[in-house]
Design a binder for this molecule. Structure first.
Ligand SMILES: Nc1ncnc2c1ncn2[C@@H]1O[C@H](COP(=O)(O)OP(=O)(O)O)[C@@H](O)[C@H]1O
Ligand SMILES: Cc1cn([C@H]2C[C@H](O)[C@@H](COP(=O)(O)O)O2)c(=O)[nH]c1=O
Ligand SMILES: [Zn+2]
Length: 201
């Protein structure tokens, strides 16, 4: 039975690299894949998944209106797909994650979704919340804080490197805007009061 996997991590942990390696594995065996990534993330060429170590592949951009199950069914009708891979899965809606579960369960294609678990305040993204609830397998991709502990959180910083404690959940950026930290250093940088406020919102 095909499964829905959620590979989650903090920023800069190697999610896109891992996705591109999985994709390469399928393709070198002559198996077709379909890749999705968030259309709003235009840090690199639109419709491209790029890892910081130089690998890249073409992907279908998704936004809030994308009917992912229909896109997969269309492609699958022309070429039998062996795997669907989704980057930036934190930006999926709950309904789009349900569609990915349908792709695995009914269409029978394994789905590998890669994304952040939590935002800059330590709160779940909608897509991540649904994936944590539904995925058959939750796989953590680990990275390291400056102190050597596991970096599970994403601190947003301003131009002066100061922690940002409020703002909209979606703010596209890279190392200029975010630092992956362990929970202890994240909480200290943010101030425990802000951290708790975000969680009870
Ligand atoms: N020029 C580089 N050469 C080798 N590794 C790099 C380079 N730049 C970044 N990295 C490493 O690549 C990883 C980030 O990969 P990426 O797949 O883009 O992460 P994510 O998708 O989780 O944000 C990090 O481990 C980072 O240290
Ligand atoms: C923590 C956090 C992140 N984002 C954005 C920033 C990046 O554009 C992506 C994550 O990219 P990566 O592949 O993991 O490097 O998400 C955001 O919009 N809001 C946040 O709180
Ligand atoms: Zn730390």
């Amino acid at each position: 039975m095909a499964k829905l996997y959620f590979y989650y991590a903090s920023m800069n942990a190697g999610k896109s690299t891992n996705l591109l390696q999985a994709d390469f594995n399928y393709r070198e065996r002559g198996m077709a894949t379909m890749l999705f990534t968030a259309g709003i993330d235009e840090r690199f060429a639109a419709g491209t998944i790029t890892s910081r170590i130089g690998l890249e592949a073409a992907a279908t951009p998704f936004d809030a209106t994308t009917e992912i199950a229909a896109c997969v069914a269309d492609r699958h009708a022309h070429e039998a797909l062996s795997c669907v891979l989704v980057d930036e899965a934190q930006f999926l809606s709950a309904d789009q994650v349900d569609q990915l579960a349908h792709v695995a369960d009914v269409v029978g294609i394994p789905v590998l979704a890669y994304g952040l678990r939590t935002d800059f305040l330590g709160a779940l993204f909608p897509g991540s919340a649904r994936l944590l609830a539904l995925a058959d397998a939750l796989v953590e991709i680990k990275s390291v804080c400056t102190c050597g502990r596991k970096a599970t959180m994403n601190l947003r910083v301003d131009a002066a490197g100061k922690a940002v404690a409020q703002g909209r959940q979606t703010e596209i950026g890279g190392n200029d805007l975010y630092i992956a930290l362990c929970r202890r250093h994240f909480t200290e940088a943010l101030g425990r009061r802000h951290f708790t406020e975000a969680l009870v919102r």
